[in-house]
Design a protein around this ligand. Structure first.
Ligand code: SF4
Length: 77
């Protein structure tokens, strides 16, 4: 048996606080692969970024005027 060692090739988890989000769409501007404002006004986003998307996800979180985006599980920095 190989034990419980797991190679994690995953980026951070993304969560958006719907109470804070005002649907400005700046996150989509920064990271369109991760965030999309839908025609019905709802924000759609991926719950998990890939490792190569960490910078985009971080930029989206930084630019959010409501500080509604949280990234968890960011490692290495
Ligand atoms: S930038 Fe922030 S407030 Fe605007 S849509 Fe994205 S999560 Fe919501």
């Amino acid at each position: 048996m190989a034990g419980r060692m797991r190679m994690r090739a995953e980026g951070p988890r993304i969560s958006v606080d719907n109470e804070r989000c005002e649907r400005f769409g700046l996150c989509e501007w920064e990271a369109p692969a991760l965030f999309q404002l839908r025609r019905d006004g709802r924000l759609r986003y991926r719950r998990r970024a890939q490792p190569h998307e960490i910078e985009q996800a971080a930029a989206a979180a930084r630019c959010c005027p409501m500080q509604a985006i949280a990234l968890t599980g960011v490692t290495g920095r």
